[in-house]
Design a protein around this ligand. Structure first.
Ligand code: MF3
Ligand code: CO
Ligand code: CO
Length: 276
């Protein structure tokens, strides 16, 4: 609280949770209207890049072709692809095929085949503001019934997490709801990677776990911006990181995995998607 300013009802409400031992957001995690507008504009470009991938993706394409599409689109709109050089990541987008959970590195040698399922994860920086989203694509439009169900249920998990998150509720509500749905289908929920606050940086607090941590987690307050991005495995929830490249996250049993992600703004009534 800046000195000399009266405490608003909003501040008092947050303090009342803090006094009951709950984790509450630092003031910097509550975005100003100007910051929200900036993140919203980054989101429009991010959505445009994913829409372009949706229009162009087909069997015979390499994942490097997808990288080029996203890179050129983003730069062409005056923005920067956040993955490029992020902690040493070498490309402008993550492309995660079949048993790859996330952080797949695009390659000229990786050719998409009909029936592959792929997650394309784009993050755009515009005027210093970040928006982050990913979608699944079924290459050629058709795959086997099991992978089709995995892709559908993973999307339902994102929607269920979204509905579970309420202003003045808790981040922990999200993972509880997602895990219940995934487990109903016999799927594993990845624990090693989480959603995250976003907007002024790529990864901010809070950590948004997608499994049931049995903890409340941070209080959800209007003005917060964070992602929900459940990674749902057909088999075990466990994963490993490829030793060669240090990035590619793969399901431990090498069964398929699916993920969908949006960036959300917390409003007085619920979550608004900033990446449609
Ligand atoms: N976009 C990912 C996320 O949802 C992060 C990718 S980091 C990268 O948080 F370096 F692999 F691009
Ligand atoms: Co993210
Ligand atoms: Co992402």
């Amino acid at each position: 609280m800046p000195k000399g300013q009266p405490m608003t009802d909003f501040d008092k409400r947050i303090l009342s949770f803090q006094n009951r031992g709950k984790t509450v957001p630092r003031p910097s995690l509550i975005k100003t209207p100007e910051q929200i507008e900036g993140i919203r504009r980054a989101g429009v470009i991010n959505t445009g890049a994913l829409d372009l991938v949706a229009a162009e993706i087909r069997p015979g394409m390499s994942t490097e072709d997808i990288n080029r599409l996203v890179h050129d689109y983003t730069v062409g709109h005056g923005a920067v692809p956040a993955p490029l050089n992020y902690e040493g990541f070498p490309k402008s987008v993550c492309t995660s095929v079949n048993e790859v959970v996330c952080h797949g590195i695009p390659s000229e040698d990786e050719i998409l085949e009909e029936g592959d399922i792929i997650n394309v994860d784009c993050t755009t920086i515009l005027d210093g503001y970040y928006a982050d989203a990913s979608r699944m694509f079924i290459v050629g439009g058709k795959t086997d019934a099991e992978r089709e169900r995995l892709v559908r249920v993973a999307k339902e998990c994102l929607e269920i997490g979204w509905q579970a998150a309420k202003p003045w509720g808790f981040i922990g509500d999200i993972g509880k709801a997602i895990a219940r749905h995934a487990h109903k289908h016999g799927y594993g929920v990845v624990r090693d990677l989480a959603g995250h606050g976003v907007g002024n940086a790529f990864h901010e607090d809070p950590e948004v776990d997608h499994y049931n941590t049995r903890k409340d987690g941070m209080l959800i307050v209007p003005g917060m911006v964070f992602t929900i991005e459940p990674m749902i495995n057909m088999g075990t929830w466990e994963v490993f990181v490829d030793e060669e490249d240090g990035w590619t996250v793969v399901s431990e049993d090498e069964q398929p995995s699916a993920q969908w992600e949006h960036t959300f703004l917390v409003t007085e009534t619920g979550l608004e998607v900033l990446t449609y």
